[in-house]
Design a protein. Structure first.
Length: 58
């Protein structure tokens, strides 16, 4: 199942929740995707996390 998350920056913790859910799917039963909507520069944390997980940033 494909699961799409849309996260708005500046609200706090949305990226952490997404990456925790994606990492918890050890059997790869789902395809996680995320769209970060930002008003400024995209944080380095989200770029780093997306490279370390099987999920990516759209």
């Amino acid at each position: 199942m494909k699961i799409l998350h849309i996260a708005f920056s500046g609200l706090g913790g949305h990226g952490n929740v997404f990456f925790s859910m994606a990492d918890a799917d050890k059997e790869k039963q789902h395809q996680f995707e995320i769209i970060f909507l930002v008003t400024g520069r995209k944080g380095g944390y989200h770029k780093k996390q997306s490279k370390e997980t099987s999920s990516g940033i759209l």
